[in-house]
Design a protein around this ligand. Structure first.
Ligand SMILES: NC(=O)c1ccc[n+]([C@@H]2O[C@H](COP(=O)([O-])OP(=O)(O)OC[C@H]3O[C@@H](n4cnc5c(N)ncnc54)[C@H](OP(=O)(O)O)[C@@H]3O)[C@@H](O)[C@H]2O)c1
Length: 258
């Protein structure tokens, strides 16, 4: 039986992991949300690891508000960099394998074609910089780690683009969606399965991975796909948004390839 600590368990990915945990008889989970374990609190992190005798930690805890991170970058760095440093150090001291989730936003988006794991990151916003700092801590501290970069997560949980489109489709006739960014939407349920299969397959090829659902598209394409699959495309029209601007700079191309 492998013992697994899941941090940030009340977020989108954490909930997807909780949903399927019961299918894995050989895994024994401890799910801790941000109240149960604040990863920025070194003492709490150390005591959680000491008492748990874990084999793996899946770190789902993150500061994920990309827009807000521009205004208060210190909050993003506290969780995504310093918090990850705490987790990586606790993993090192307790001989725990870390599975950490990172992002397509570590790249600047200027490459033509997909990004591979050996492409050099160059984040263009504070969220991306804070996530890259977290990756760097892990690589410095640990040998036994998986950093899994993913992109454009969606699921039935939390706030995400998929849910926003479905909700808007019930109140609006036309949706204006940008086609200025291309990436790979990824169902967080598929990522959850990938992570648990990584553990059960006893893969020991530690290092950096990219995981997505594999199909590159713009937000505009994705919105159309969501409406078609939800049988809402006759009711709502999607148009390309002109002059779409966000506070945070976003990579124009963040397609990830394994
Ligand atoms: N969502 C995406 O599109 C996307 C894309 C690429 C990569 N990722 C990465 O994928 C991972 C999972 O994302 P997600 O969509 O599941 O994010 P999410 O829904 O925002 O969940 C993050 C969780 O982390 C918790 N958290 C925040 N600060 C914490 C702290 N100091 N200590 C412990 N927990 C804390 C949050 O709890 P509270 O709500 O209580 O603060 C929340 O439950 C993250 O590492 C993210 O960077 C996400």
């Amino acid at each position: 039986m492998k013992r697994i600590l899941v941090t940030g368990s009340n977020g989108q990915l954490g909930k997807c992991l909780q949903k399927i945990a019961g299918n894995y008889n050989s895994l024994d989970f401890k799910f801790l949300d941000s109240k149960g374990l604040d990863i920025t609190n070194v003492k709490s992190v150390n005591s959680a690891f000491k008492s748990g005798n874990y084999d793996y930690c899946i770190n789902c805890a993150a500061y994920t508000n990309v827009e807000q991170a521009e205004k208060t970058p210190e909050r993003a760095f506290a969780v995504n960099a310093d918090g990850v440093n705490n987790i990586a150090t606790a993993c090192k001291n307790n001989n725990v394998v870390l599975i950490h989730i990172s992002t397509d936003y570590v790249f600047d988006g200027k490459k033509e074609g997909a990004y591979y794991v050996d492409d050099i990151p160059n984040p263009i916003n504070e969220y991306g910089r804070s996530k890259l700092a977290g990756e760097n801590y892990i690589q410095k501290i640990l040998d036994k780690y998986y950093i899994i970069r993913t992109s454009w997560l969606y699921s039935e949980y939390g706030n995400n683009f998929y849910k926003t489109i479905i909700n808007k489709a019930h109140t609006e006739r036309v949706l204006y969606i940008t086609d200025e960014q291309t990436g790979c939407p990824t169902n967080a349920n598929n990522l959850a399965k990938y992570i648990l299969n990584l553990i059960t397959s006893q893969n020991t090829k530690y290092g950096l991975y990219h995981f997505t659902d594999g199909k590159a598209m713009t937000w505009y394409d994705f919105a159309k796909k969501i409406l078609i699959e939800g049988n809402l495309d006759k009711k709502v029209r999607v148009e390309k948004a002109k002059n779409y601007r966000t506070f945070a700079a976003r990579p124009a191309n963040s397609v990830l390839s394994a």
